[in-house]
Design a protein around this ligand. Structure first.
Ligand code: FUB
Length: 303
C-alpha cells in the first residue's frame, strides 16, 4: 500500500514540475532552506534535503541539492552537489542544515552548517560542483549546539564580504578575500526582535537587508534594514506572517528578470503523503514587491 502511495506521490510530483507554476516548486523530494543564486541569467537554487525516512519531528539531513531554472516554473533537478561526507572533520552523520552558495571571481563558495559541528566551507570552479573542502576544519565553531547554524554571505560593493549566522543570537564576521577565513572577532549582535534563525543578508539600492525566519513556531519571515552592513538593524515587520499552516520557515531572496522573489518552505507535500512526520518540508516561492522607500510589502503565505 505504501509503495503505491509513494508512486502516486512521485507521479503527481513529476506532473506538477512539468506543468505550470506550482507551490511547492519542488515536488519530487522534500527540500528546505532555499538558497537561490542568480548566475549567468540562471537561478541556481541550492537546498537542504529532508530524507524520506526522517522520524517524528527529527531532522534527517545528509546532503545539499541543486535545482536550476530560467523561468521560475520549470526546475531541473541536478541531484546532490555536496554532502556531509565532504567534511572529513565531521563528528556526526546527520545535520546538513541550511547552506548558501556565493560566487567570487569565478569560484563558488558553499557555506554549510554541520549542525553541532560548526560551519564549514566548500569551494568549486563551477556552480554545479564538485565542491571540495579547502581548509579541512570549520570556518566557525563556537561549540554552542544551536548557535552555529544558517550562514548567509554577501560581498559588498567595496569587496568586503560578511557572513551572518545564528539561532537565536545573530552573529557576523568579516570574511577575508579568500572567502575561507576571517579577520577580527566574531561579533555577537544578539537577539533581534522577532528573529529566530535563517538570516538572509543582502544589499539592494544602497540599503542592507536582513530577512529571517521569525520566532518559532510557527515561523513567519521577518526582515530588518540598515544603512550599514554591520547594523544597527531596524526591524521592519513581516514579509510573510506566520500561519498555523506552517511550522518552520527560511527565506532566500533574489531579483530575477525584473521581478523580486522570496523563497521559503511549507509542509504541503507532507500533507499529501503522510501526516505524522513533520520535518519533511518543501520549498515554495512567491513574487514580492518593494515600496519606493525600500520597505517590503507583505506577501500571503505560500499558497
Ligand atoms: O533545516 C534545518 C534547520 O531548520 C535550518 O538550519 C533552520 O533554518 C530551519 O529551517
Amino acid at each position: 500500500k505504501n509503495k503505491s502511495k509513494k508512486l502516486a506521490f512521485m507521479m503527481l510530483g513529476l506532473y506538477a514540475v512539468g506543468a505550470n507554476a506550482q507551490d511547492p516548486i519542488i515536488q519530487t523530494k522534500y527540500t528546505a532552506d532555499p538558497a537561490p543564486m542568480v548566475y549567468n541569467d540562471t537561478i541556481f537554487l541550492y537546498t537542504s534535503h529532508d530524507e524520506d525516512d526522517a522520524q517524528g519531528y527529527d531532522f534527517k539531513m545528509l546532503d545539499w541539492q541543486l535545482y536550476t531554472s530560467t523561468d521560475m516554473v520549470n526546475w531541473t533537478d541536478h541531484g546532490p552537489v555536496a554532502s556531509l561526507k565532504d567534511f572529513v572533520w565531521r563528528k556526526r552523520d546527520n545535520g546538513a542544515w541550511a547552506q548558501q552558495v556565493v560566487e567570487r571571481d569565478g569560484k563558488f563558495y558553499m557555506y554549510c552548517p554541520l549542525h553541532g559541528n560548526g560551519i564549514g566551507v566548500l569551494v568549486s570552479d563551477s556552480p554545479y560542483g564538485p565542491f571540495k573542502d579547502p581548509i579541512g576544519k570549520p570556518i566557525v565553531w563556537q561549540q554552542e549546539h544551536w548557535e552555529d547554524i544558517d550562514p548567509t554571505v554577501w560581498i559588498d560593493d567595496d569587496g568586503q564580504a560578511y557572513m551572518y549566522w545564528g539561532n537565536p543570537n545573530l552573529y557576523y564576521v568579516k570574511l577575508n578575500k579568500d572567502m575561507v577565513s576571517y579577520s577580527g572577532d566574531i561579533v555577537k549582535i544578539g537577539k533581534l526582535e522577532h528573529y529566530q534563525e535563517g538570516p538572509w543578508f543582502y544589499k539592494r539600492n544602497g540599503k542592507y537587508y536582513l530577512a529571517y525566519a521569525s520566532t518559532c513556531c510557527p515561523e513567519g519571515i521577518g526582515y530588518a534594514m540598515s544603512n550599514s552592513p554591520t547594523g544597527p538593524w531596524e526591524v521592519k515587520g513581516y514579509i510573510m506572517a506566520p500561519t498555523d499552516r506552517t511550522r518552520g520557515n527560511h527565506p532566500g531572496i533574489i531579483d530575477y528578470k525584473g521581478k523580486s522573489y522570496v523563497f521559503g518552505q511549507n509542509y504541503d507535500l507532507l500533507r499529501l503523503e503522510m501526516e505524522e512526520h513533520h520535518e519533511r518540508r518543501s520549498i515554495s516561492a512567491a513574487e514580492m514587491h518593494y515600496n519606493v522607500d525600500g520597505t517590503i510589502q507583505e506577501v500571503p503565505y505560500f499558497k
